[in-house]
Design a protein around this ligand. Structure first.
Ligand code: HEM
Ligand code: NAG
Ligand code: NAG
Length: 333
């Protein structure tokens, strides 16, 4: 009986709660750097109040960090002669992912208070959480566990392979999230982040405007007026994800999905299976539903899967979020 229970616990630990078992916890820095979450929040506040779009960038940054090598700050690494093609130069990130300067500022402030103590990966998670807090006007309050370590690997091809592109249909989307231990509801709920921020025309032209699709005709015409038929790096304007409440972190996204006024095939795809369509309806119609679901799914994403979360001996606390620490005898992989 006791053995069976121990086995059950071990299996749960390995399959479901693995990252919790590995030591991500609330208030991980409460002894070593008690003010870290205040410090990060103050930096995020400065930037987000200047430009709401930066907050959207930070929310997306956690997603892009976690889906590639786990939540390990790998998205932050700059190119070097030894590693000329890090994640940030890959198509899903290059010229669109934003907010790196916020992470730098937060890291500087945190290093002043507690040198060498807080990982860049945790700063990304705190900053994304804080961006959701400010953009939701203090409604989406997330308790973010910490204790992640920074990775030393960042590879553009892995970002391309692991981040779902906007042309994905619902089957592909469910599969892409399942590969990260996230279910269909997590996928639907996290897609709701497309209630803030922007997209470059190249992210949905020609996919959504050329081929016949279920997109609202007036909305499509508006996009045609804003976007060139062939966006190029030099001429690639942006449009807001959510035309109704562009800077509010709210459930308007799901109303836009129902109205067929969303930018990507991946957004519209949520209506193409009965299961996900029901979730869209609930998120759109039940007050507070999406926000509660989002909080849980965002934390789940931030823990990522057991092999991918860098804890224990596989990572480090970077000094500068853009570069791995210098090689030294205690280097761990
Ligand atoms: C479901 C699959 C997803 C796809 C296919 C997708 C795709 C995209 C694309 C193509 C853009 C536009 C980038 C640009 O052109 O500048 C974008 C923006 C954005 N995405 Fe997603 N995304 C997905 C899921 C998520 C998730 C899970 C989150 C976070 C929880 C997220 C948060 C955002 C945010 C906030 C923006 C606006 C960024 C900004 O304004 O800088 N997305 N997404
Ligand atoms: C990046 O990942 C790809 C695919 O996994 C691999 O073929 C390539 O060698 C890696 N590049 C580097 C620099 O490690
Ligand atoms: C989704 O797209 C894949 C190819 O990427 C295809 O094999 C699959 O049948 C599509 N599923 C649906 C529901 O359209």
């Amino acid at each position: 009986m006791a053995a069976a229970l121990r086995l059950a616990v071990a299996v749960t630990c390995a399959l479901v709660l693995a990252s919790a078992c590995q030591g991500l916890e609330l208030g991980y820095y409460k002894k070593s750097c008690p003010r870290v979450e205040h410090i990060v929040r103050a930096e995020v506040k400065k930037f987000v109040y200047k430009s709401a779009g930066i907050g959207a960038g930070l929310i997306r940054m956690l997603f892009h960090d976690c889906f590639v090598q786990g939540c390990d700050g790998s998205v932050l690494l700059d190119p070097t002669p030894a590693n000329p093609q890090p994640e940030k130069l890959s198509p899903p990130n290059f010229l669109s992912l934003r907010g790196f300067e916020v992470i730098d500022a937060a890291k500087d402030a945190v290093e002043k208070a507690c040198p060498g103590t807080v990982s860049c990966a945790d700063i990304v998670a705190f900053a994304a959480r804080d961006a959701a807090y400010f953009l939701s006007r203090f409604y989406v309050k997330i308790d973010m566990p910490s204790g992640r370590l920074d990775g030393r690997v960042s590879n553009a091809s892995e970002a391309l392979a692991n981040l779902p592109p906007p042309v994905f249909n619902v089957t592909d989307l469910v599969g892409s999230f399942a590969a990260k231990g996230l279910d269909a509801e997590d996928m639907v709920v996290l897609s709701g982040a497309h209630t803030v921020g922007r997209a470059h025309c190249s992210s949905f032209v020609p996919d959504r405007l050329a081929a016949p699709s279920d997109i609202d005709a007036g909305f499509a015409n508006l996009l045609r007026r804003r976007c060139p038929a062939n966006p190029t790096t030099g001429k690639d304007p942006t449009v807001n994800q959510d035309l109704v409440t562009p800077n509010a972190f709210d459930n308007q996204y799901y109303k836009n999905v129902l109205a067929h006024k969303v930018l990507f095939t991946s957004d519209a795809a949520l209506l193409t299976s009965p299961e996900t369509a029901k979730m869209v309806l609930d998120n759109a119609n039940i007050p507070g539903w999406w926000e509660a679901k989002f909080k849980a799914a965002f934390v789940k994403m931030s823990r990522m899967s057991r092999v991918e979360v860098k804890t224990g001996k596989q990572g480090e606390i970077r000094k500068n979020c853009r570069v791995v620490n210098h090689d030294h005898p205690h280097r761990h992989y």
